[in-house]
Ligand binder design. Structure first.
Ligand SMILES: O=C(O)CCC(=O)C(=O)O
Length: 279
C-alpha cells in the first residue's frame, strides 16, 4: 500500500474517537508472503531451540520476541510501513518502540474473555490531555481472521475510560471482533481494552505487534543492546529512532554536556548524522 493511500486525517479521527482503525492492505502481497514465511521459519527454530513443552509451559510458544533482531525482512515495519506515518502523527518525532513481537494463537487456544487488557497497564486509569496519546499499537495480520479463528476483540471508545480494572464480563458484550485479511493492519490507541479471541480452526493464526510509545515509557527491551550492532548500523534513521538509540541516558559527562548544549538536536538524526558520539 503506498503511504498516500492511507487517509491520515480519517484514520487519526477514528483512533481519537473509537480508539482503533483497520488498515486494509497496509502490506503488499509480496511483503505479506515474505514476512509470513519468515515467521514460520522463526517459529520452527524457536520450537527447536527451546522445546515445545517448555515454551507452552511459559505461555511463550509462538510468541516470537524482538523481531528487529531476528531477520532483516521485519525491518520494513520500522522503516517503510505506511502505518508509521500514523504512529508519528500521534507521538511526534520522539516516539519509540516498546515491543516488536509476533503472537500466535494455535488451534484450540484462546484468551477470550479473561485476558482483556490495555497495552499500557502502567498508565491505566491515568488521565491525559485529550491531544496527548501515550502509545499506539499497530498489528499486522497474515491470515484471514474471523471470530471463529481468533479475531482480536476491542471495546470501542474504551481508550478514554479511567476505569483501571473493568470486569471482563462487562467488556465482552461491549466489544467487537476485528475481521481482517492477510496484509491488513489494525492501529489502536494503546490504552484501548482488547483481547485475543479463541482459535477454533485447525491452523495457527499469527500477527505481528509493533507497540510504540512516548519516550518516557520504558520499552519492553533495551533494543540498543538487544539488536546486534551490525543490524542497527544497517537500519535507517527512522528505525534507529524507534529502537531508542537517542533515548539512552548519557554515560559520560562529556556526552551529557554535548546533549545539554545541543538539546533536541539529538533527535535530528533523520536529517543528519548521529552526533551523539561526536562529543
Ligand atoms: O492476539 C491478539 O489478537 C491480540 C494481541 C494483543 O493482545 C496485544 O497486542 O496486546
Amino acid at each position: 500500500m503506498p503511504a498516500s493511500a492511507i487517509d491520515l486525517d480519517h484514520v487519526i479521527g477514528r483512533v481519537r474517537t473509537t480508539g482503533y482503525a483497520v488498515l486494509p492492505g497496509v502490506l503488499s502481497s509480496e511483503e505479506t508472503r515474505r514476512t509470513r514465511e519468515a515467521l514460520h521459519r522463526l517459529s520452527e527454530l524457536d520450537d527447536e531451540a527451546h522445546g515445545v513443552e517448555r515454551l507452552v509451559g511459559m505461555r511463550e510458544r509462538g510468541a516470537l520476541r524482538n523481531l528487529a533482531a531476528a531477520d532483516d525482512v521485519f525491518h520494513a515495519l520500522l522503516e517503510t510501513s505506511p502505518a508509521l506515518d500514523i504512529v508519528d502523527a500521534f507521538l511526534g518525532r520522539r516516539g519509540i518502540l516498546n515491543c516488536f513481537d509476533a503472537l500466535t494463537l494455535f488451534p484450540g487456544q484462546g484468551r477470550y474473555p479473561w485476558d482483556y487488557h490495555t497495552d499500557l497497564m502502567d498508565v491505566t486509569g491515568v488521565s491525559f490531555p485529550p491531544d496527548k496519546i501515550p502509545g499506539v499499537n499497530v498489528l499486522y495480520y497474515f491470515d484471514r481472521v474471523r471470530e471463529e479463528n481468533g479475531a482480536t476483540w476491542v471495546v470501542p471508545g474504551s481508550h478514554l475510560t479511567l476505569a483501571d480494572e473493568p470486569d471482563p464480563e462487562v467488556m465482552a458484550p461491549l466489544s467487537v471482533p476485528l475481521e481482517v485479511e492477510p496484509g491488513d493492519g489494525v492501529v489502536f490507541d494503546a490504552r484501548i481494552w482488547h483481547c485475543a479471541g479463541t482459535n477454533g480452526s485447525d491452523v495457527p493464526r499469527a500477527l505481528i505487534k509493533t507497540l510504540f510509545t512516548a519516550p518516557w515509557y520504558r520499552p519492553q527491551m533495551d533494543f540498543t543492546r538487544a539488536v546486534p550492532e551490525e543490524m542497527l548500523a544497517r537500519l535507517g534513521p527512522r528505525a534507529r529512532r524507534y529502537l531508542n538509540v537517542h533515548n539512552v541516558p548519557p554515560t559520560t559527562v562529556d556526552e551529557l554536556r554535548w546533549r545539554l548544549f545541543h538539546g533536541d538536536a539529538v533527535y535530528e538524526e533523520e536529517t543528519a548524522v548521529d552526533k551523539v558520539a561526536e562529543v
